[in-house]
Design a protein around this ligand. Structure first.
Ligand code: SME
Length: 160
């Protein structure tokens, strides 16, 4: 397992994603434990981009339950179809939210959170969790984040 992470400091967002995706793949491909892999992914994303909150919710029975994350304490349980995470789970589709206040049913775990992107991931075609990234700035995520975070979840799906 790689112990050090190489992050280009003078690169744009896309180049940073290009640099970390193969490193994450190397980091998680030899490890079968999902929680261990999610914990390392959250750490790499936080270290690389300084996200306000980045982490995972995992489907357990009929709810999303808080998993490994980096950032302030967060809501522990989210129902299907509730908020941004529950919608990503229900629709099995990435939710790119430039202003969380404008998202119907948004769950405010932190009043500092202003924009958000949530990407679901699956096993055998069934959603088993979501990646949630929150920013304290409005409109902080765009198509570049969506493309690379979806690629990242495809890499994760190969390990589960
Ligand atoms: N805002 C999210 C809840 C999770 S936290 O932000 C960490 C939502 O509406 O799903």
């Amino acid at each position: 397992m790689a112990e050090t992470l190489y992050i280009p400091t003078d690169a744009d967002k896309a180049k940073k994603y290009e640099a970390i995706l193969p490193q994450i793949e190397a980091l998680i491909s030899g490890e079968a434990d999902l929680v261990a892999n999610l914990a390392n992914i959250a750490a790499v994303l936080r270290t690389t981009f300084g996200f306000f909150w980045v982490g995972f919710y995992l489907v357990k029975d009929d709810q999303l339950v808080l998993g490994p994350f980096q950032g302030p304490i967060a809501c522990t349980r989210i129902n299907l179809g509730r908020g941004v995470c529950g919608t990503a789970w229900k629709e099995n589709q990435t939710q790119l939210v430039p202003d969380v206040e404008a998202f119907p049913g948004h769950i405010a775990c932190s009043s500092a959170s202003k924009s958000e992107i949530v990407v679901p991931f699956s096993k055998n075609g069934i959603v088993i969790g979501v990646l949630d990234v929150d920013s304290d700035q409005l409109t902080d995520f765009d198509d570049t984040d969506q493309i690379y975070l979806e690629k990242l979840m495809s890499i994760l799906e190969k390990t589960i």
